[in-house]
Ligand binder design. Structure first.
Ligand code: AMP
Ligand code: ZN
Length: 109
């Protein structure tokens, strides 16, 4: 069965998309744990950090560049924010499709 993030990427499931290009998509987390809680997701299905190969090096760089761009767009780049990647069951990863959590709060000081 196709994973939920692949379904969002293929527009078979809805999400509140905040950024999209040919390689990366970002959308709001359905259960936000911060005032700004976004997920940055490569369109290529990679299960987790453990399955990243050397051929994915550029793509992995891309998701961090998108994180920085979105932080700027949401007005939290200068204040600061959290990036989190859960890996595997022990790391609390629920969705087996690589993603970065971007969490922040505009009112944080
Ligand atoms: P992780 O535990 O790192 O795999 O995080 C998965 C995240 O995806 C959780 O914070 C969920 O709230 C979020 N999530 C699950 N399904 C959806 C969905 N359909 N749309 C947006 N976020 C989702
Ligand atoms: Zn997937």
């Amino acid at each position: 069965m196709e994973c939920i993030f692949c379904k969002i990427i293929n527009k078979e499931a809805s999400a509140d998309i905040v950024y999209e290009d040919d390689k990366v998509i970002a959308f709001k987390d359905i259960k936000p744990k911060a005032p700004i809680h976004l997920l940055i997701v490569p369109k290529k299905h990679i299960n987790s950090v453990n399955e990243i190969n050397s051929e994915d090096k550029d793509l992995v760089g891309e998701i961090f560049l998108v994180a920085k761009k979105i932080a700027q767009d949401f007005g939290i780049k200068e204040i600061g924010y959290n990036l989190l990647i859960n890996v595997g069951q022990g790391g609390g990863q629920e969705i087996p499709h690589l993603h970065i959590h971007l969490m922040g709060d505009k009112d944080k000081n």
